[in-house]
Unconditional design. Sequence first.
Length: 80
Amino acid sequence: MILFKKEKKVIELILKHLDRTEETIKGCLKTIEFYLDGNISEAKVWARNTRSNESEADIIRYEIRDKLYRGAYLPLLRED
C-alpha cells in the first residue's frame, strides 16, 4: 500500500535524524573537550563538523515535517 510506504519513509527519516542528532551532540562534546584542553585549532575543526551535522539534521527534520503534512499519516493518527 502507498500509505504504508509513506509511513515507512517517515520512520526511516526519523531514525536518520536521530543518528545525525547523536553525532551532533557527540561532536559538540568533543569540541568542548578540545577547547577546555586549550587545543583551539582542533576545537574549531570539530565545531565546523558539528555545525555541518546540525544543518543536515535540520534538513532531515524539514523532510519529515513535509512528508507528515503531505499525508504520510492520517490526520487523526498524528498530533500537530
